[in-house]
Design a protein around this ligand. Structure first.
Ligand SMILES: Cc1ncc(COP(=O)(O)OP(=O)(O)O)c(N)n1
Ligand SMILES: Cc1ncsc1CCOP(=O)(O)O
Ligand SMILES: [Mg+2]
Length: 205
């Protein structure tokens, strides 16, 4: 999450999301209208400061240099980004490396390269990523789990509190969302409804 998908100021969205139960944050400032240069760095600093105060890991999407500059907790990269093995080498063993995978083969390679978790998707259609891969459904998560992969799996793509349960049932450990929280008028409630799924307690019922 960065600024462009936010219904309200991104700092407020993040504060509310964490209050609702969000436990992990990725700074992803890209796409039409995204901040660039010093404005993007300044927003990253502000969001990192909120994460630090709340004990939530702050992960930078794509940008290794920004992550190093800010001493971020980690980097998330995809198949079109810098190689995962290079990111691991540059960050060292103590930082978090997340890698997007759209197939079992990509998942296995990411693990060999030193990934700490895998982002799997798009599970459902998404409006937040113009160049997203074709939808994979929950089957890709089941397939990766069935292959014996135990690394944390995070489903991504079109997920919200109404459709997240099958993602978890397929074997995901978590879900990554943009619009479900950043686009919500009440980000705290949106995050809380998602968090409740992990407690096995659907608060909307
Ligand atoms: C948790 C998580 N999973 C997947 C992605 C997508 O990464 P990528 O394929 O590199 O696409 P961009 O986000 O860079 O457009 C992600 N960001 N986070
Ligand atoms: C970054 C990314 N990678 C695969 S789908 C996606 C976008 C997820 O956004 P949303 O939760 O709004 O569908
Ligand atoms: Mg990327």
């Amino acid at each position: 999450m960065g600024s462009i998908n936010c219904a309200r100021p991104p700092e407020q969205v993040l504060i509310d999301a964490i209050a609702g139960g969000t436990t992990f944050f990725q700074y992803r400032e890209k796409g039409t209208g995204a901040l660039t240069g010093s404005a993007a760095v300044e927003l990253a600093r502000q969001l990192q400061s909120i994460c630090r105060a709340q004990g939530v890991p702050f992960i930078v999407n794509d940008d290794l240099e920004l992550a190093l500059q800010l001493d971020a907790d980690g980097v998330h990269i995809g198949q079109e980004d810098a190689p995962a093995a290079l990111i691991r080498q540059q960050l060292g063993p103590d930082k978090i490396v997340g890698v997007s995978a759209h197939s079992l083969a990509e998942a296995k390679q990411a693990i060999a390269d030193g990934a700490d978790y895998l982002g799997i998707g798009p599970v459902y259609p998404t409006r937040s990523k113009a160049d997203a891969e074709p939808v994979r459904g929950t089957a890709i998560i089941e397939q990766i789990r069935a292959a014996g992969i135990t690394l944390p799996l995070v489903g991504i793509g079109g997920i919200d509190a109404r459709n997240a349960a099958p993602v978890l049932q397929a074997g995901a450990d978590g879900v990554a969302v943009i619009s479900a929280i950043a686009g919500a008028l009440d980000s705290r409630l949106a995050a809380a409804e998602l968090a409740a799924l992990f407690a096995g307690d659907n608060i909307s019922e």
